[in-house]
Design a protein around this ligand. Structure first.
Ligand code: SF4
Length: 206
């Protein structure tokens, strides 16, 4: 079971395959037969315990990484309590030598956890990379299919806006899948209106 893995000098962490969305572009769809992701070990046979995740961290040279990234396959904030516990444990051991910590998220942490988690991110999470993905709720639902429906779009925007108070770097991402430049500009305006940066990331075909 792969819990932590290296990618371009960063240490990535995979704690869950759960998600409240079912995005059209999700790499999890690559599990289909014939996909380059079919054999991918990021599919967890079960979720690791927080202690197993900590052990996986401690088997590595933590200060040597440029960043620690909690990401998928899945929405990492389903394991937010464990993420925060892990960061606390690592901070206790590595202090200032701990690399910056990022969460790649769909921005639904408050919906998923049923509480406002933003204050708990303070002093623990350095970067939140939030998938914006669409410029209105209807397009968002058509692309990401959140189980909560259209309310998930506003919840994601609200989360980004509030998280800025507690997290130094909050970034929206959109996937560039031949997207109309005018739509990218709309995304940029939404990001700017919330005081958040926008990053356009490449689509990886699975
Ligand atoms: S939010 Fe992320 S993990 Fe969830 S379906 Fe979308 S791309 Fe996949």
């Amino acid at each position: 079971m792969t819990i932590t893995y290296e990618y371009e000098g960063a240490l990535y962490v995979n704690l869950t395959n759960k998600c409240n969305c079912n995005c059209e572009f999700c790499l999890r769809h690559g599990k289909k037969e014939g996909s380059i992701y079919t054999e991918d070990s990021l599919w967890l046979e079960r979720e690791p315990t927080r202690q197993e995740a900590l052990n996986s961290f401690l088997s590595r040279d933590i200060p040597s990484y440029r960043e620690i990234v909690f990401c998928g396959y899945g929405e990492p904030t389903y394991r937010l309590d464990d993420i925060l516990w892990l960061v606390d444990e690592l901070k206790e051991r590595f202090g200032d030598q701990l690399p910056p910590v990022r969460i790649n998220t769909n921005g639904h942490a408050n919906l998923i956890n049923g509480r406002d988690v933003c204050p708990e991110l303070k002093g623990r999470i350095d970067t939140l990379s939030i998938s914006l993905n669409a410029n209105n709720a209807a397009d968002y639902v058509a692309l990401c299919h959140p189980i909560q429906g259209e309310v998930a779009y506003q919840a994601m925007l609200d989360f980004a806006k509030e998280a800025k108070t507690y997290v130094s770097h909050v970034v929206f991402t959109v996937v560039d899948k031949g997207t109309d430049p005018a739509e990218i500009e709309k995304s940029r305006s939404i990001a700017q209106s919330l005081g958040v940066k926008l990053r356009v990331r490449a689509f990886i075909d699975s």
